[in-house]
Design a protein around this ligand. Structure first.
Ligand code: ATP
Ligand code: MG
Ligand code: FE
Length: 359
């Protein structure tokens, strides 16, 4: 079975093709992980950088320009024809409404023309399952740390579609904290990866930045206070970019240290609470080297196995959407349909897709 996946929730257009062996029906055994045949990605970052952030209308228009050429490229790379696609999956939400509508519209039109069924995928489920495409795929159950540009959540994952929220951010997401702090340091958009590269040359103890909710026993996060603290520090150090320059690397390192410490501490706490011995990290911030270094160290000491997506699949991509659709079908959680009602869900909590456990 071949599934084409289309991602267009924000500022990345992603298309991918996965393939899996069809079985007679849902089995109790965990089916083999679908195989990634090809994927292509176009990032609009250069366009949005001019504005310091994503401009929704420009994002939608650019998705329109990219999605068909990317689809042709994926099919050519995989040496698969349009007719050989069995299911077309698209990101149904959450994300920017106009951007989502492009992917959904294209997916449904293409599927209708080909007389194939479609399946709308939850973007965060895509992130969550993306480590299954890595060389070291996880096994259920596990604790998931989902750290992206718009979300920061810890969940208990029993299987495909069985997600229990353990804790989440009460304000900014971890990726947002990286990006907003980077902006205050005068770094170009999106600042997360750039800040983390700069941090490698700085002293993480140079500035004492807040770590909200660190001591609490619950699994919630709060990052809004951090950007205020970074703002206060930059003001203290001087108003001009020249005055800030000698302290930038130290401030970047200290900011990263604060975010990473909280993420690591709460992940370990979630593992303790659930008694699980497996951690899966997903989402853009999962690419952060310092986060991976500290988690690897702590998990090794605690006898916990930790899994990550491949570096290039941490941020948005089509592969995770095709994968999530394929895994949902394999698990008997959802079947693609031919309604072609391309409704999108710009706001859509992940817990809402949870279905009851299979008998
Ligand atoms: P969501 O998935 O919640 O809708 P999103 O799709 O915008 O949000 P992702 O694409 O998963 O988020 O990730 C983008 C975020 O990851 C950005 O905030 C970016 O700064 C951050 N990020 C990417 N690489 C790194 C890194 N190496 N260190 C820290 N942050 C990073
Ligand atoms: Mg993005
Ligand atoms: Fe994302």
């Amino acid at each position: 079975v071949r599934v084409l996946g289309i991602e267009s929730s924000c500022d990345e257009t992603g298309v991918a093709l996965v393939q899996y062996e069809a079985t007679a029906g849902p089995t109790t055994a965990q089916p083999a992980v679908p195989q990634l045949l090809a994927h292509a990605l176009y990032s609009q970052i250069d366009m949005h950088r001019l504005y310091g952030g994503v401009v929704p209308e420009l994002a939608s228009r650019d998705h329109i320009r990219r999605v068909l050429p990317l689809t042709r490229q994926v099919l050519a790379d995989a040496a698969v024809s349009l007719e050989q696609i069995d299911v077309i999956a698209f990101t149904k939400g959450p994300g920017l409404a106009g951007a989502l509508l492009v992917g959904a519209g294209v997916a449904c039109s293409l599927a209708m023309a080909l007389r194939k069924p479609v399946l709308g995928v939850h973007h965060l489920e895509g992130h969550l399952l993306s480590p299954f495409l890595s060389a070291d795929p996880p096994q259920f159950p596990f604790v998931a740390l989902l750290v992206s540009g718009g979300h920061t959540q810890l969940m208990r994952v029993e299987g495909v579609g069985q997600y229990e929220l353990l804790g989440e951010t009460i304000d900014d997401a971890a990726g947002e904290a990286f990006d907003k702090s980077a902006k205050l340091l005068g770094l170009p958009y999106p600042g997360g990866p750039i800040l983390s590269r700069l941090a490698e040359q700085g002293n993480p103890q140079a500035f004492d930045l807040p770590r909200p909710l660190l001591k609490g026993k619950n699994l919630d996060f709060s990052f809004a206070g951090l950007k205020t603290a970074v703002l206060t520090q930059t003001r203290k150090l001087g108003q001009t970019p020249e005055a800030l320059e000698p302290h930038k690397a130290d401030l970047a390192a200290s900011t990263q240290a604060a975010i990473v410490e909280v993420l690591v501490k709460k992940s370990m706490l979630a593992l303790q609470h659930t008694g699980l011995k497996r951690l899966v990290v997903a989402g853009g911030v999962g690419a952060n080297r310092e986060l991976r270094r500290q988690l690897n160290q702590r998990c090794q000491r605690a006898g916990v196995r930790v899994h990550y997506p491949e570096l290039h699949l941490c941020t948005d991509n089509g592969a995770m959407i095709a994968l999530a659709a394929a895994m949902r079908i394999q698990a008997g959680q959802q079947q693609p349909d031919t309604d072609y009602a391309f409704d999108v869900r710009p706001r859509w909590p992940l817990e809402q897709i949870v279905t009851s456990a299979q008998p």
